[in-house]
Design a protein around this ligand. Structure first.
Ligand SMILES: [Zn+2]
Length: 198
């Protein structure tokens, strides 16, 4: 993001708009998103005993988690390929559909969706380990995480200084209890997952 966009972001999350994204801005941003989440939180914390109880086992070559198909309110693109529906873990499928319905309201036309980068879909289900891990599974292996606009919000790209994911997109996810990696881990801003914050 440009400096002016970071100042606007800081003002939106209720901290001093000085254009410097430091610990105060990070804390304010996380608090801003947490304050929008439903209470009680609809999802368990990643890695907790409740998590396994709630979502069951991760997918692998022999098993796929229980899933539901959601029909999106607007078409996404996986490369050149139009995507009109998504398969999502049954425990968070209705929730993800509501996230997209909120996005459709906040970004009411194709031009605004393009500007926000939310038409670029980069995957949901992927039964794999986390990057650089030998035993920790990615949330994508549970079908409860989605990647959007990876090109400008990479795994190692710091958010918001070098990444582009708008806070308004993160808010749409937060209102359904989904975590935004950009806001909560400071990178990988393409990534959203249906788990509670710590
Ligand atoms: Zn991801």
């Amino acid at each position: 993001m440009r400096r002016s966009e970071i100042v606007r972001l800081q003002e939106r999350v209720g901290t001093l708009g000085d254009g410097f994204w430091g610990p105060m801005s990070i804390a304010a941003c996380q608090q801003h998103l947490k304050s929008m989440m439903p209470s009680p939180h609809p999802f368990p914390v990643e890695g907790s005993p409740e998590f396994t109880e709630f979502y069951g086992p991760h997918g692998d070559k022999d098993y796929s988690p229980p899933s539901e198909k959601i029909r999106l309110p607007f078409t996404l693109y996986y490369g050149d390929k139009p995507v009109k529906s998504l398969w999502v873990h049954a425990r968070c499928a209705a929730s993800l559909l509501r996230v997209f319905e909120r996005l459709a309201e906040v970004y009411p036309d194709k031009a605004s969706r393009e500007r926000a980068g939310i038409l670029i879909y980069n995957g949901l289900y992927n039964p794999r380990l986390k990057r650089n891990s030998l035993n920790s599974w990615s949330m994508h292996a549970w079908m409860n995480a989605i990647d959007i606009n990876a090109g400008k919000n990479g795994n190692k790209t710091s958010w918001p200084v070098n990444a582009s994911m708008p806070i308004e997109v993160m808010e749409c996810f937060a209102q359904e209890g989904w975590l935004s990696a950009g806001a909560f881990w400071g990178r990988d801003a393409m990534h959203f997952q249906a788990t509670a914050p710590l």
